[in-house]
Design a binder for this molecule. Structure first.
Ligand SMILES: *Cc1c(COP(=O)(O)O)cnc(C)c1O
Length: 383
């Protein structure tokens, strides 16, 4: 068997063609392919505005800036995520707070957020960054209700969940990143995510003001829009109105993204098929627990099992060329966050999850034989 990673991109001949065409066009960056990618992505997600940026971390940073995070801001984040979900608060000198996860969904526990909010006067916290971890959609309708009681904004980190959804109280599908219950949402197009641009990210919102501000922040805080200028010296004139960054995506990356997006539904269906097969294979295995069943609306960026002898299983799978992965090390236990005052033991559910979790290979081009092989090898260790 050739190596089986936990996730990988799928680049087709059409993808290559799309990139090559862009390379020989007039625009390498900020050309028509960016706009096309943004429009198609907004349609796919069901949101008004989409703004392409250089990566998911840049998307988070700009969103934190757009919500005016500063040294007085207190923001609640889940400990089970990639560090970037919390780091964006730190880029703006804000204070990170964590709320523990739910042991079944592995998502930030809304009741734990409520406990945290209730411990302090209204106005103490400013924002919440929920993560659709592994592709499992956070119930943002419930979270919005709670956030509104305490005057908090919400930035949804939907990096794992393009195409994922939850069912709202009226029975409607609410797709991750559609911003019906949030201020902003972000996505990543790192190769291991659903849609690959190499590096790439997207911000979505329904708020025109936020969108206009983000457009500026993406390119140094500079605008040339005549309606936004304070004065106007002529056709060449631009104004840098606030301190922004160069977080632009290139046109050839956007072309790759658009090409990939056309297969997104098909590949998501394949991910769900793989998840069903894992769920069936491990059904009735009392030693494989956690979210090993099949969940509706889950976008299955990751398929996670929890087992007791996790290190043994991880090491054994590697000897079989299966590169299952442990995701994530709780953010509050990383040395940088420990230096900020967090300690092991602070969020016991997240830490217990970390002791047992393992992400099995999950990507659209995983073959039936490869998945059978993975299942067989997992069962050799976990009876
Ligand atoms: C990948 C990821 C990011 C960061 O995205 P990049 O494009 O790698 O910068 C942020 N949050 C989560 C949950 C992620 O998985």
């Amino acid at each position: 068997m050739k190596p089986i990673p936990y996730g990988r991109q799928n680049i087709t001949q059409e993808d290559i063609q799309a990139v090559v065409e862009t390379l020989t066009s007039d625009f390498l960056t900020q050309g028509p392919k960016i706009t096309e990618f943004e429009q198609r992505f907004a349609e796919y997600i069901g949101v008004k505005y989409a703004l392409a940026v250089s990566n998911g971390t840049a998307a988070l940073h700009l969103c934190a800036m757009a919500m005016n995070v500063n040294e007085n801001s207190r923001v609640i984040v889940t400990p089970i995520t990639f560090a970037a979900s919390a780091n964006c608060v730190r880029y703006c000198n804000g204070q990170v707070f964590f709320a523990d996860i739910n042991p079944k969904s592995f998502l930030i526990d809304i009741e734990k957020i409520r406990d945290l909010l209730q411990k302090h006067p209204k106005g103490y916290f400013h924002g919440i960054i929920p993560v659709d971890f592994a592709g499992n959609a956070v119930n943002l309708e419930q979270l919005r209700k709670l956030a509104d009681e305490y005057g908090c904004w919400i930035i949804e980190d939907a990096c794992h969940a393009p195409g994922g959804y939850f069912i709202d109280s009226k029975g409607n599908k609410q797709h991750c990143g559609n911003c019906n219950f949030t201020d902003l949402a972000i996505f990543s197009f790192h190769p291991v995510k659903h849609i690959a641009c190499g590096e790439g990210g997207m911000i979505t919102t329904n708020d025109e003001k936020l969108y206009q501000r983000l457009l500026k922040l993406r390119t140094h805080g500079i605008t040339k829009d005549p309606t936004l200028l304070i004065k106007n010296d002529g056709g060449w004139y631009y104004e840098m109105q606030e301190l922004g960054y160069n977080y632009r995506l290139t046109d050839f990356q956007a072309a790759l993204g658009t090409s990939q997006l056309q297969r997104a539904d098909k590949e998501l269906a394949r991910r769900r098929q793989i998840a069903k097969k894992y769920a069936d294979a491990f059904a009735g295995k009392p030693h494989i627990i956690g979210q090993s069943g099949f969940v509706e609306g889950h976008a299955y960026h990751l398929y996670i099992i929890e087992v007791d002898r996790r290190k043994e299983l991880y090491d054994f799978l590697r000897t079989k060329n299966i590169f299952a992965q442990v995701l994530y090390i709780p953010v509050h236990t990383l040395p940088y966050y420990q230096n900020l005052g967090f300690n092991e033991g602070d969020f016991p559910v997240a830490e217990t999850y970390y002791q047992h979790c393992l992400a099995l290979p999950m990507y659209p081009t995983l073959t039936e034989e490869e998945q059978d092989f993975v299942i067989e090898k997992v069962k050799e260790v976990v009876k």
